[in-house]
Design a protein around this ligand. Structure first.
Ligand SMILES: [Zn+2]
Ligand SMILES: [Zn+2]
Length: 160
């Protein structure tokens, strides 16, 4: 199996707080779906980020991009687009006896590796369009006969 593109070695970086390093990673992040809008299993996402070593953690900031596919909410044709979003998140090493805190908005870190995958997935899930349209002035479908009104008026005439 190919190397996981989202795993970043951070041992060296973590030895020098204040140091930073740029990472450009590309690869599939797995299936993501929000309200019918999908980033496919094999679709490639990209993270262009800077890792900055802090005491007790690593801050990751930069941009995350991916291509999504979905359906126009008005006329149901397939539409696709791109998410391009900014991220700034903290990875923090947990002390051994510390229980995972669900409320804390940090990602887990160990001394050797940082996994960008959960950050990329979360960032994309937040940004996927809930109600994409094929174009801003999409006329939608006739509620009576289902004709696509972008192709011209149907025989039903204006609604009563
Ligand atoms: Zn449409
Ligand atoms: Zn009609």
């Amino acid at each position: 199996m190919a190397k996981d593109p989202w795993l970043v070695p951070v041992a060296t970086l973590r030895r020098s707080p204040g140091a930073s390093r740029r990472e450009l990673r590309v690869g599939p992040v797995g299936h993501l779906e929000v309200a019918g809008t999908v980033v496919g299993q094999d679709s490639e996402a990209k993270a262009d980020v800077v890792l900055c070593s802090l005491n007790g953690g690593v801050e990751v900031s930069g941009t995350v991009t991916a291509t999504w596919e979905g359906y126009c909410r008005r006329c149901l044709v397939e539409v696709a687009g791109q998410v391009d979003t900014e991220v700034r998140e903290l990875y923090r090493q947990r002390r051994r006896r510390e229980a995972p805190d669900e409320d804390e908005e940090t990602y887990p870190l160990d001394s050797e590796m940082l996994d960008l995958r959960p950050l990329v997935r979360d960032a994309l899930l937040l940004e996927l369009p809930l109600a994409p349209v094929c174009r801003d002035d999409c006329a939608g479908l006739c509620v009576t006969c289902g004709a696509n009104l972008n192709d011209g008026p149907c025989a039903c005439g204006p609604p009563a």
